[in-house]
Design a protein around this ligand. Structure first.
Ligand code: FAD
Length: 384
């Protein structure tokens, strides 16, 4: 195998694979060589269900498993069907995504794959190096999607909450679900001083993914996730069911500036690049959008140092996380107030970082003013 490439992609998960796809499609890789390094390739299993809201017709429609016109929000004293307007809530199985990207990678001679662990990488300005146990590679650009949780955990400036969850795909004997409506958040479960909700994606009247999700500081013992799902199904009178698959995971919820690790020639991508929306954990759309931007950066030869910067949405997320970190039981109230007092189309625009100042101001007014004003002042004092 050769030891020098144009681009090396460390980690072949969702962002690494999608970057390969975008490089293939957008810059045609004429005369460029790419090495993708991941201990596991090809991935084929359905290890994550990726959901996002998007225009009714997009390139992903070819491989999405389900889409919904409406989603549902539920709390104890408030229920609302959220009108998505011109958008759909879409669901993509990771197995479909892996198959789609693997086949493009396998048929492209410019991309080589190495099954190995990346041990480290460096930018020497004139070139970069990437080391594995058996090889030391050189290249002109490195894209890193290997998440370094330790650097976020030891930092004291930006709080870290974890979005952690376990989901079961179940098949029921009776018709228990409305396949036209996904449950975005069901906060009617006991909060136990944390922020926790159920999430339901119905594929048919008798099949759905039911996911127990928390936004909190620590993970639970494995049994607790199972117990919560069983209890919820029981309280929803869903007793006769078969679990056909399970997924679990954790996503960082933090405004930690991952982008400060970017250099002229090294770009951190995916969750490792801070592309998970800090206040919600949604990441896939950011990966889709940013991997397209990378192709443009490569064409223009610009440094990756300014690829990501802080903007006002980063600041909103920071204040939200400051509040939720300090009072972790407030999530139910904050999300309920937001959905109760605002138009849902505006909220999804806001969560997509596409709203305007007036819309944002109205959304801010739905939150408890004294708590948020105190959080803003404390943050300004502490530093951004
Ligand atoms: C179960 C689950 C469900 C999710 N659902 C959604 C959703 O509905 N919507 C949404 O927007 N986001 C969702 N996310 C968040 C996010 O979209 C995913 O985590 C996504 O996989 C992030 O892509 P990534 O490339 O950053 O990380 P990953 O896909 O995790 O890829 C990282 C890759 O790095 C590799 N790697 C690790 N260490 C090394 C090493 N030393 N050397 C080489 N390679 C290494 C791993 O094998 C892996 O392939 C979900 C996450 C999980 C876990």
């Amino acid at each position: 195998m050769k030891l020098d490439y144009d681009y090396i992609i460390c980690g072949g998960g969702i962002s690494g694979l999608l970057l390969c796809v975008k490089l293939t499609q957008n810059i045609k890789l004429s005369n460029k060589s790419v090495l993708l390094i991941d201990p596991i390739f090809p991935k084929t299993e359905n290890d994550r269900t990726l959901c996002f809201w998007d225009s009714k017709n997009t390139t992903w429609d070819e491989i999405i498993k389900c889409k919904w016109d409406n989603v549902f929000f539920k709390s104890n004293d408030f229920n609302k069907t959220l009108d998505l307007g011109s958008l759909n809530y879409k669901m993509l199985s990771s197995s479909e995504f892996y198959n789609y990207s693997n086949s493009l990678i396998n048929t492209n001679d410019c991309i080589e794959v190495l099954n190995a662990d990346v041990l480290n990488f460096n930018d020497y300005k004139t070139h970069c190096t990437v080391d594995t146990l058996n090889n030391s590679f050189t290249c002109s650009k490195v894209f890193n999607s290997i998440m370094d949780w330790a650097q976020v955990k030891i930092n004291t400036k930006y709080p870290l909450l974890i979005q952690h969850f376990e989901g079961w795909v179940i098949k029921t004997d009776n018709e228990c679900f409305n396949p036209n409506k996904a449950t975005f958040m069901d906060f009617s479960i006991k909060q136990n001083d944390l922020t926790q909700f159920m999430y339901i994606l119905p594929f048919s009247k008798t099949e759905a993914l039911v996911e127990y999700t928390l936004f909190s500081k620590d993970l639970l013992e494995p049994q607790k996730y199972e117990d919560a799902i069983k209890k919820y199904l029981n309280s929803s009178n869903i007793c006769d069911y078969k679990v056909t698959s399970k997924e679990s995971g954790k996503i960082p919820m933090t405004c930690f500036p991952f982008f400060k690790n970017n250099t002229k020639n090294i770009l951190n991508i995916g969750s490792a690049g801070g592309w998970s929306k800090p206040s919600t954990g949604y990441t896939f759309k950011n990966i889709d959008k940013n991997t397209t931007r990378i192709a443009d950066y490569l064409k223009s030869g610009k440094s990756f140092k300014n690829f990501m910067t802080k903007d006002r949405f980063w600041f909103y997320d920071l204040i939200f996380l400051d509040v939720l970190y300090k009072e972790n039981d407030l999530g139910k109230k904050l999300f309920t107030d937001m959905f109760k007092k605002n138009n849902s189309k505006t909220i999804f625009k806001f969560l997509d970082n596409k709203s305007n100042f007036i819309e944002e101001f109205k959304i801010m007014l739905s939150f408890p003013k004294s708590i948020f004003m105190t959080a803003v002042l404390k943050r300004l004092f502490k530093g951004l």
